[in-house]
Ligand binder design. Structure first.
Ligand SMILES: NC(=O)c1ccc[n+]([C@@H]2O[C@H](COP(=O)([O-])OP(=O)(O)OC[C@H]3O[C@@H](n4cnc5c(N)ncnc54)[C@H](OP(=O)(O)O)[C@@H]3O)[C@@H](O)[C@H]2O)c1
Length: 200
């Protein structure tokens, strides 16, 4: 049995992760306001404080992070930067700050999403952030110490989120939360590293 930190555990994707991995492992849930531990991944000091409160974990899963959705023609640099600082740098900082708190042979699993491989209108910031996460895990995998692994899961729109994103993903097939949960199990319990694990 592993001890797994899930940041964003009470969210839509996080619940899919906990439903799958929680059957076999101890889950420590973290969120901005929800969960056992509170953290804002956009704030390095908050990440440091969270890891300081934890004993070691065998795996870190992040299903947290916001991007800016909006039309390209009116998008500002500040709006674009908000996604870079939150979903991209926030998840990168979980690795940069957190790796010494993960046991030998443990893993990080981050979350991106479909817009960089199947673009939609208003999704330029999401695409850049998701593509950046893919590049980061590919490179980080070759130099993480102590046999640590790292992957990013890139889900299509979840069935549970179809209403929330109505109109944003025309023609896209949704995926079940069970399928999404399995992708995180593949990353945490399997042997892959440096991979973008696509669901849908
Ligand atoms: N839902 C989908 O269909 C889908 C598909 C592909 C990719 N994704 C990606 O998956 C990620 C999660 O999406 P979701 O739909 O599950 O979102 P969600 O339902 O809004 O849940 C987000 C979770 O992350 C936590 N969180 C948000 N910002 C945080 C921060 N700065 N620091 C720490 N925790 C934070 C929230 O905690 P609190 O509740 O305590 O605020 C919540 O538990 C996003 O990056 C999204 O782009 C989602």
């Amino acid at each position: 049995m592993m001890r797994i930190l899930v940041i964003g555990a009470e969210g839509t994707v996080g619940k899919a992760v906990v439903a799958e991995l929680g059957r076999r492992h101890e889950i420590v849930k973290a969120g901005r306001k929800s969960g056992d531990l509170h953290v804002d991944i956009a704030d390095e000091n908050s990440i440091r404080a969270m890891f300081a409160k934890l004993d070691k974990v065998d795996a870190v899963v992040s299903t947290a992070g916001h991007v800016h959705y909006g039309p390209l023609a009116s998008m500002t640099g500040e709006q674009f930067k908000s996604g870079l600082l939150d979903k991209l740098l926030g998840q990168v900082n979980l690795v940069l700050i957190g790796h010494s708190f993960v046991t030998d042979g443990g893993s990080f699993t981050l979350t991106s999403g479909i817009p960089d491989r199947d673009p939609v209108r208003q999704g330029a910031n999401a695409a850049a952030v998701n593509g950046g996460l893919g590049g980061f895990v590919k490179s980080a995998a070759i130099e993480l110490p102590r046999g640590l692994r790292i992957n990013v899961v890139s889900p299509a729109l979840l069935e549970e989120s179809a209403k929330k994103y109505e109109g944003f993903f025309p023609g896209h097939e949704t995926v079940s939360s069970a399928r999404v949960g399995l992708a995180y199990a593949k990353s945490v319990e399997g042997a892959l590293t440096g991979q973008v694990i696509c669901v849908g």
